[in-house]
Design a protein around this ligand. Structure first.
Ligand code: GLN
Ligand code: ZN
Length: 772
């Protein structure tokens, strides 16, 4: 019989129950028993939903109160030195201490939390395990045991999920000079021990996630997989090795030959490999095909899935074929049925976690009893697809024509930077080391409340606009008073940099409960790009016109770039990413043209997600970087030479993409550097970045108020590598999460630092700036 299984269910809860429970607990408003009860209840509910959907092997251990990699650290007994004081705490409190660096227990000192980073190419952040060469490990199966027993008590077949040993080491960071692989021999026996425990608890199968198989693995890591699984497969429960997020590529043979009882592959992103795998997977293995997309919100094309699965079933036999989503469902919202406000057509096109499991069940029935048994489901799926394909909203002929008609020179500014810079300088008349900010100013409680009440229809448009204008006026006045050079309006009208624009563009939809976990209790509600994107009305012009009317200084408009608008959304799957980005770029190009006509001479297009759009495999980087950069240029190159284009990115690893960043041809780039002590400027120096740079000198992620001298020191450091006349002075990122008491003195100090730099560097720089 064909088996359906699931790799992992979203843990945050359909109504973000886990978020609420965690935040209550951290605030001290509830006790641990209450928090644990919420966890149990969520697990129970999620399992029973999976059972209702006919899932035979339910994942256990996929639930986490904070993060599954952190849980794995504790299961393996990894406790970095600075958390030792908390070793005897309850495991849950210990985990929170490691994740957050603080505890409800006042006796524990605040310490730096574990570092957090992106989980492969998703928007989920995991906590990075820290290891040393002296590392010891100790198996602690208690969490898994408890959860297995819970699932068994419900009469379910539990399939424990572990992050595999090689991926665990690969994702970890060594705190000394050692190599993580030196720890493999010590780690594998711990996994062996865990497997034995799990077997004793009655687990027939254990899912070992090795998602690193979807990346380009150096040979030593490939052999590590061989070594580890050679030892792990002996005795104990059967191992299902799970890979996801991409193709196996040159690691296909390795993955197929590892001595495990089953292999799960991502049959959506890895669709091209499926037939080879079916033909070549060894006889003694089951093959789990992840045919339902776990990374997106679209309903599956059930007919196409059947076309893939029928030959698989006949060639593998029903006992060797398992069906699953492509990856754990952590990255999609829980339940589409909650979206009662969505347009019905759109509703019919989509599937969230629960609906995806129902799709699996239908596929299984179709394979077992024939297509006629699922005629109704197939019909519904076909109709949804037709309706999507033929809907006017998904195909706007004018948008398509405009993208097709783009000429090669449509992504080039009129002249090169060297010619533009003096023109801009003449128009803007900026001093050396000009000061600016990244866009947002503190989002006070009043701003948030008025925005929310306006949304709910409880505040009139007039009142809303009056409040926003007052806020803009306050921000402009403040910047003038302290002597900033290029002003911003402060973005009070924006709740989120993608949502604000998405809501005004055709082709974007928003859900009410479509939350996806970002890290810990934090969730995001990505918009859904379902149709051709176009701008029907100006989006920022009135606010900017108003801001500029208040001052003689230049004000800088703020837009979100095409890559970020795409990357932080669920995108349509019936158009290449590149084509979607180009549509967004054209919408922005129109907005930028209107801003320019409205007299705005400086326009910033933020691309904080530019780097995270990089594909997992290096071989695909160039292609991505090329269209990503082109979409930025299409958006920004319609302006005259005298209009100054800024961009902003907030991370510090630029080394491998610096050429692409230079190719954006923005006149000015502002970046994050304060925390990395200007190190990243190395990349900009080495490649002699051609245009102007504003290395952030004020770390806005911290409540600390930076001193004039330390900012001067950072700027001096920057000035050693970048000519003074090309340096700007600005914070790391937007100020919206800070309060005025922090921002006021910090920006004042920043302006003083710029003045100090001017007096130190004046003659040489002034000459170069004016092109003399
Ligand atoms: N302009 C945005 C702001 O200042 C940029 C945010 C970001 O870089 N993530 O808030
Ligand atoms: Zn930023």
């Amino acid at each position: 019989m064909i088996t359906t299984h699931n790799l992992g269910f979203p843990r945050i809860g359909a109504r973000r129950e886990l978020k609420t429970a965690l935040e209550h607990y951290w605030r001290g408003d509830s006790n641990r028993e209450e928090l644990e009860a919420t966890g149990r209840e969520l697990r129970r509910r999620h399992w029973s939903w999976q059972r209702e959907a006919g899932i035979e092997q339910v994942p256990v251990g996929d639930f986490s109160f904070y993060d599954h990699v952190l849980d794995m650290m504790l299961t393996l007994g990894v406790l970095p030195q600075r958390f030792h004081a908390a070793a005897s705490e309850d495991p849950l409190d210990l985990a929170f201490y490691m994740a957050r660096g603080r505890s409800r227990n006042a006796r524990l000192p605040d310490v730096p939390a574990l570092e957090m980073t992106k989980w492969f190419d998703t928007n989920y952040h995991y906590l990075v395990p820290e290891l040393t060469l002296q590392q010891t490990f100790a198996a602690d199966p208690s969490r898994l045991q408890t959860e297995i027993r819970e699932a068994r008590a419900m009469g379910l077949q539990p399939k424990p999920v572990l992050l595999g040993p090689v991926s665990f080491l690969y994702l970890a960071k060594m705190k000394d000079d050692g190599e993580p692989l030196e720890l493999l021999d010590r780690l594998v026996p711990i996994y062996q021990e865990l497997l034995e425990w799990l077997g004793d608890e009655g687990a027939g199968w254990v899912q070992m996630d090795e998602p690193i198989l979807a990346t380009d693995l150096p040979v030593e890591w490939q052999s590590a997989l061989q070594t580890a699984y050679d030892r792990l497969h002996r005795g104990g429960p059967r191992i299902l090795l799970a890979t996801y997020f991409g193709t196996l590529g040159s690691q296909r043979d390795l993955a197929m030959e590892l001595p495990v009882a089953g292999l799960h592959v991502d049959a959506v992103r890895g669709a091209s490999e499926v037939s080879t795998l079916i033909a070549r997977v060894p006889q003694d293995k089951i093959l789990s095909l992840g045919v339902i997309d776990g990374r997106n919100v679209w309903a599956a094309d059930l007919e196409a899935c059947m076309d893939t699965l029928e030959p698989a079933a006949s060639s593998l036999g029903a006992d060797r074929l398992w069906l699953a989503p492509s990856c754990p469902l952590l990255h999609v919202p829980v339940d589409l049925e909650q979206e009662t406000g969505l347009d019905t057509k759109l509703h019919g096109w989509m599937a969230f976690a629960r609906q995806k499991l129902a799709e699996l069940a239908a596929l299984k029935r179709g394979l077992t009893a024939g297509r006629a048994a699922i005629a109704a489901e197939l019909e519904r799926s076909r109709r949804a697809r037709n309706s999507r394909q033929n809907a006017a909203r998904t195909h706007q002929p004018l948008v398509r024509k405009r993208v097709e008609a783009l000429a090669p020179h449509d992504d080039c500014r009129g002249s090169a930077y060297e010619q533009r810079a003096p023109l801009q300088q003449r128009a803007l008349n900026l001093p050396l080391f000009p000061t600016t900010s990244i866009g947002s100013f503190p989002q006070t409680r009043t701003i948030r409340r008025v925005r929310r009440d306006y949304r709910r229809g409880e505040v009139s448009r007039e009142d809303y606009e009056r409040t926003m204008r007052q806020e803009i006026a306050r921000v402009i006045r403040f910047q003038e008073t302290i002597g900033m050079d290029v002003l911003v309006h402060g973005e009070p009208e924006r709740n989120d940099m993608v949502e604000y624009f998405g809501e005004q563009l055709d082709g974007y939809a928003f859900t009410r409960h479509g939350w996806v976990q970002s890290y810990g209790s934090r969730c995001v509600k990505p918009p859904i790009i379902y149709g051709d994107v176009q701008r029907s009305t100006p989006m920022t012009i009135e606010w900017m016109r108003y801001a500029q009317s208040l001052t003689d200084k230049p004000t800088k408009a703020m837009l979100t770039g095409p890559v970020t608008m795409l990357q932080w959304a669920f995108e349509r799957d019936d158009l290449p990413r590149e084509a979607i980005a180009m549509q967004i770029a054209l919408a922005l190009r129109d907005e930028i043209a209107d801003l320019e006509s409205a007299g705005i001479g400086v326009i910033q297009v933020d691309e904080p997600a530019f780097r995270e759009g990089l594909p997992l495999r290096r071989g695909e980087w160039n292609d991505y970087l090329e269209w990503a950069a082109r979409s930025f240029r299409v958006a920004t190159s319609g302006v005259s030479d005298v209009t100054q284009i800024h961009t902003h990115m907030c991370y510090s690893e630029f080394n491998d993409i610096i050429d692409a960043i230079a190719s954006l041809d923005a006149d000015v780039i502002t970046i994050e550097t304060a925390r990395s002590d200007m190190e990243l400027l190395d990349a900009f120096e080495r490649s002699t970045y051609p245009n102007e740079i504003g290395p952030g000198v004020y770390d806005i992620h911290s409540p600390r108020i930076p001193q004039v001298e330390e900012m001067v020191a950072l700027l001096e450091k920057a000035a050693r590598g970048v000519p003074a006349e090309r340096l700007w002075v600005n914070p790391d990122c937007g100020l919206k999460t800070r309060n005025w008491d922090e921002v006021r003195p910090s920006l004042e100090a920043m302006v003083h630092a710029a003045r100090e730099m001017r007096s130190r560097h004046s003659e040489a720089g002034q000459k170069a700036r004016s092109g003399a």
